[in-house]
Design a binder for this molecule. Structure first.
Ligand SMILES: Nc1ncnc2c1ncn2[C@@H]1O[C@H](COP(=O)(O)OP(=O)(O)OP(=O)(O)O)[C@@H](O)[C@H]1O
Ligand SMILES: [Mg+2]
Length: 323
C-alpha cells in the first residue's frame, strides 16, 4: 500500500468579500473541493495559471490561513482539528518557502537570527552554542558558509537569499515543505543551481515537497507527481510522466502547448490560449474550463464532470477526456 506523508480531502478555502448592505455576501472560491495525496519522499507539483489557487492551497495546508472545509491528514490525524499545543509539533514538521526572496527575510535581522529563530521557539532553553552549530550545519547544506550567519539579507543575491530561506525551513528537520514558486524570481542560471540544491537535499533528508509553480520545465525537472489546478479545482492529477506524456484534460494540453518544455513537446501543434481566466467569484457553470475549451459541447456548461480514473493514480475531470 502506498505510504502518504499527507492526504488532502475535499479541502475548501473561500474568502468572504466585504459585504454591501444591499447585496448578498460574496465569496472567492480560491480552493474548491481539492483532493490529493502526497506519497512520502516525493515531490508533488501543483501547476496552474495565475489566480488558480495554488498559493492559497499551500497556505491552507500549513494552516497559515483557516480552511473553510475539508481534511488534511498527516500521521492519521486531521491537521485542521489539532489543538494549539498539538499543532506546535506539526508546525515544526511542515515548513514553507515563499516566492519572493526580497520580502520573505526580515531586513534588519542577522542571518543567524532569521535561521535560528525556530530553534528557540521549538527547543526552549537551548544553548546558543548548540544553535550556532546547527546554523553552521544548515548553511553548509544549502551551499553557503558559516560566516554568512553574521550578515544581513541585503548583503546577499536573490539566489543566496532563497538558500537562506531554505536553511530556515530545514533547520528543524521538517518532513514536509511547501515551496511556493521558490525560483521564479531568479535568473535562469541561478534557478538551475537552486533547483539542484533542492533536489539534492531532498535525497539526503527524509523530505517530501509540495512544489507550487507555473513553470512546467521546473515540474519536469523536479516532480514525481503533478496536480493541474484551474479556478480553485484540480482538473487532472497523477504521476508526472503520465500527465505530461498523456494529458487527459484539455486544460493540461493547453498548458503543455503554451509552455515550452524541451522534448517531447516541441513537435506538438500549438494551441492559442483563448480568453482570460474567468472570475472565481462567479465561476462558469458545469466544467469551469468550458468557456476556454476548444472541445466544449453543451453538456460542459450544464454538468460538472466527475473525477474519472484514466489509469493507475492518474485521474481527470472532463466530459471528453483526451485519453
Ligand atoms: N486574502 C484574500 N482575500 C480575497 N481573495 C483572495 C485572497 N487571497 C487570494 N485571493 C484570491 O484567490 C484566488 C487564488 O489566489 P492565489 O494567490 O491562491 O492564486 P495563485 O494560483 O497562487 O496565483 P499566482 O500564480 O499569481 O501566484 C485569486 O482569485 C485571488 O484573488
Ligand atoms: Mg501564488
Amino acid at each position: 500500500m502506498q505510504d502518504y506523508i499527507m492526504e488532502i480531502k475535499n479541502l475548501k478555502k473561500y474568502f468572504k468579500l466585504k459585504e454591501n448592505i444591499f447585496s448578498k455576501a460574496k465569496y472567492v472560491r480560491a480552493v474548491d473541493d481539492v483532493t490529493f495525496s502526497v506519497p512520502r519522499g516525493s515531490t508533488y507539483a501543483v501547476v496552474g495559471e495565475s489566480g488558480s489557487g495554488k498559493t492559497t492551497l499551500g497556505r491552507t495546508i500549513l494552516r497559515l490561513i483557516d480552511a473553510s472545509a475539508g481534511e488534511i491528514i498527516m500521521d492519521n490525524k486531521n491537521v485542521l482539528d489539532l489543538s494549539k499545543k498539538e499543532f506546535m509539533e506539526y508546525r515544526r514538521k511542515m515548513q514553507m518557502v515563499f516566492q519572493d526572496p526580497y520580502n520573505s527575510l526580515h531586513p534588519k535581522k542577522l542571518v543567524k537570527t532569521i535561521i535560528g529563530e525556530g530553534m528557540k521557539i521549538h527547543f526552549k532553553g537551548i544553548k546558543e552554542t548548540e544553535i550556532r552549530k546547527r546554523i553552521a550545519e544548515v548553511l553548509n547544506e544549502v551551499g553557503l558558509r558559516e560566516e554568512h550567519m553574521f550578515r544581513y539579507p541585503h548583503e546577499f543575491s536573490g539566489g543566496q537569499r532563497q538558500r537562506i530561506a531554505f536553511a530556515r525551513a530545514i533547520i528543524l528537520n521538517p518532513n514536509f515543505i511547501v515551496l511556493d514558486e521558490p525560483t521564479s524570481a531568479l535568473d535562469v542560471s541561478v534557478q538551475a543551481m537552486v533547483l539542484k540544491m533542492l533536489k539534492d537535499i531532498k535525497k539526503r533528508e527524509d523530505l517530501s515537497y509540495l512544489f507550487i509553480t507555473h513553470d512546467l520545465s521546473v515540474v519536469d525537472y523536479l516532480a514525481d507527481h503533478v496536480a493541474v489546478m484551474y479556478l480553485g479545482e484540480i482538473v487532472e492529477k497523477g504521476p508526472k510522466s503520465k500527465v505530461f506524456n498523456n494529458p487527459a484534460h484539455p486544460y493540461t494540453e493547453l498548458l503543455l502547448n503554451s509552455n515550452p518544455i524541451p522534448d517531447p513537446f516541441t513537435d506538438r501543434e500549438r494551441i492559442e490560449v483563448k480568453g482570460e481566466v474567468p472570475n472565481p467569484i462567479n465561476p462558469p457553470s458545469g466544467c469551469r474550463f468550458h468557456t476556454r475549451c476548444r472541445y466544449a459541447e453543451n453538456i460542459c456548461s450544464e454538468k460538472k464532470p466527475e473525477e474519472e480514473i484514466v489509469s493507475e493514480e492518474h485521474t481527470n475531470r472532463c466530459h471528453f477526456s483526451l485519453v
